[in-house]
Ligand binder design. Structure first.
Ligand code: GLC
Length: 584
């Protein structure tokens, strides 16, 4: 790994783009081919649980290739793949042994290329996950660091520190890891290494130039293989100030620290790293895109999302909000303002591989402690599944009508709820063990997808799925929903198709006076979205209904329902609509 500068040549530098905007990245960024991500629907594949082609019970890349028709029919613009790199799965693949390879259990680089070709052939872009805060403890450089002496260049690639006490037998500080337990691990010679997540995930030292060069090489490696963009894991945590004395956990948690002054996260110098990445992204034509997973206060998000930085950042505000009209409106207003400030487009996320699925969140009373609920097996309080799915579909239709990109998580197009009653002996999330059983973790949203109601393992695998699927998943299988025009799958397909047709400029105008608990807006081109999160039905405004997240009652929009209307041929179509409900 010393030849870090030899890596592949960017296509833009290969002469094929002569006379294009190759030397003018600012202009190139404005090309249509370069702005696809701004209002894209991006579908997250969690590869181990998506589709298993080789029957070992773990989803794989050939499984994704085999399911490209599903993704194409769904109508997504891009797929984001969670890590598929070699990994001991201490954290579901976010413990990466080698960033420039495919986990042999998930396939080969040739199968990766085949998958990309199949997705591109279907007009779907490919985004891969980059995990730059930590490697796995099996990474070659970490093995070398352990074998080397304190103070060596090998150790400098990670965050090692001498322990306290005469022989360094006490951790350098009292910091705790995100998954629970201490954030330091002793290596036996008086030094400890930092892991903000599991002990199997040692943090990189981003002050080390070799680490930076190695990640540039990784980005080039995938960009050269045709990857269109990157999702950047824990993007806010790379830069750290490890100067002595180290603060205590209580000092770290103090909320009066000035912006950018936290020792471990969201430091200003993290943006120097992304400026360098941006230069690399812009050396491609079209430029590669990136989206930051940065858990930072909203006003700090813009720098991650700026065109000089990663270009886009996740906003998890809706994912954390109760389904309440005033809250939804406020979140959207705030985020559209932030997007304008950064020059990015906004991102909308209701579910991903780290959180309880939104069909289940909305099935529970507001304020339910989700981890406590999971610990109890998901029975207390009893989820109102029907309400959960109704609201989930309404929220999805709301999100899909907004300017910006929508990130969908595999299985939400089937309306999957969380599997809340996984037994302790099958749990894989390190959170479960590291929290000593106080938190069950994230496995309930990572259960392999049900494709076919009557096939073994519901069509996911010919073997035994790595997490057990509940029997009731059969009723939600894709092939069951395929035939049902009122199914959640049919609704998602229709919503994505209509969205593609109506997609216009990145603006919206709020519509007031539509009723209690209702949030409504119009988009340029005469498109209105009305979401009823209140308790009673409300009258729809004028316009032809082009999508409804649930049954309508004539011109009445029932609670927990979203409708999209256009003003095309409004009067004629209103008459038609008045003749009966659309059913979906
Ligand atoms: C991100 C990932 C999560 C992972 C963590 C550590 O938050 O989304 O799944 O556990 O980073 O890599």
């Amino acid at each position: 790994m010393t030849d870090v500068l030899e890596a592949g040549t960017a296509p833009a530098a290969q002469g094929s783009t002569q006379g294009s905007t190759q030397d003018r990245p600012q202009e190139r960024r404005r090309d249509a081919a370069a702005t696809w991500w701004r209002q894209a629907v991006v579908y997250q594949v969690y590869p181990r649980s998506f589709a298993d082609a080789d029957g070992d019970g773990l989803g794989d890349l050939a499984g994704v290739t085999a399911r490209v028709p599903h993704l194409a029919r769904l109508g997504v613009d891009a797929v984001w793949l969670s890590p598929f790199y070699p990994s001991q799965l201490a954290d579901g693949g976010y413990d990466v042994d080698d960033h420039r390879a495919v986990d042999p259990r998930l396939g080969t680089l040739e199968q990766f290329d085949e998958m990309v070709a199949a997705l591109h052939g279907a007009g779907i872009k490919v985004v891969v996950d980059i995990v730059p805060n930590h490697s796995s403890d099996q990474h070659r450089w970490f093995r070398e660091a352990l074998a080397a002496a304190p103070g060596s260049p090998e150790r400098d690639r990670y965050v090692f520190a001498r322990g306290r006490g005469e022989h360094g037998e006490l951790p350098p500080s009292d910091w705790t890891a995100v998954f629970g337990g201490p954030a330091w691990e002793h290596v036996g010679d008086g030094e400890w290494y930092l892991h903000m997540f599991a002990p199997e995930q040692p943090d990189w030292n981003w002050a080390n130039r070799e680490v930076r060069e190695d990640f540039l090489r990784t980005l080039r490696f995938w960009a050269d293989r045709g990857v269109d963009g990157f999702r950047v894991d824990v993007a806010h945590a790379l830069a750290k100030d490890m100067s002595l004395p180290l603060p205590t956990a209580a000092e770290l948690a103090a909320d009066d620290l000035p912006d950018g002054a936290h020792r471990l996260t969201d430091r200003d110098e993290v943006h120097e790293i992304y400026r360098e990445w941006r230069e690399l992204f812009d050396s491609y034509d079209p430029p590669r895109t990136a989206v930051a997973e940065a858990w930072v206060p909203a006003h700090r998000r813009a720098r991650y999302a700026s065109p000089e930085g990663l270009g886009q950042a996740f906003n998890f505000d809706l994912l954390q909000a109760d389904p309440d009209a005033a809250t939804f409106r406020r979140v959207v207003e705030d985020n559209l303002r932030l997007a304008r400030e950064s020059g990015a487009s906004s991102t909308w996320v209701l579910s991903n591989h780290d959180v309880v699925r939104h069909a289940t969140r909305y099935a529970l009373p507001a304020g339910t402690d989700l981890q406590a609920w999971l610990l109890g097996g998901g029975t207390d309080p009893a989820p109102d599944r029907e309400r959960g799915l109704r609201l989930a579909r309404a929220a999805t239709a709301f999100v899909l009508a907004l300017p910006g990109s929508a990130y969908l998580y595999q299985g939400e197009e089937l309306g999957l709820p969380e599997v809340a009653d996984l037994p302790a002996d099958v749990l894989q999330d390190p959170t479960w063990v590291r929290s000593a059983g106080a938190e069950k973790g994230r496995d309930g949203c990572r259960v392999p997808l049900p494709w076919s109601a009557s096939a073994p393992a519901l069509g996911f695998s010919t073997g035994t799925p790595h997490l057990p699927q509940p029997a009731w998943f059969a009723g939600l299988a894709a092939d069951v929903q395929e035939a049902d025009p009122s199914s959640t799958l049919s609704f998602y397909r229709e919503a994505l198709a209509v969205r593609r047709r109506l997609r216009t400029e990145e603006e919206l105008t709020w519509v007031d006076g539509t009723g209690d608990g209702v949030v409504a807006f119009t988009r340029p081109g005469g498109w209105t979205c009305v979401t009823n999160l209140g308790d009673g039905a409300v009258e729809l405004p004028a316009g032809r209904v082009v999508l409804a997240s649930g049954p309508l009652d004539g011109r009445a929009l029932p609670p927990g329902t979203t409708a999209w209307l256009t003003d095309e041929d409004a009067q004629q179509d209103e008459r038609q609509d008045a003749q009966g409900p659309t059913g979906r």
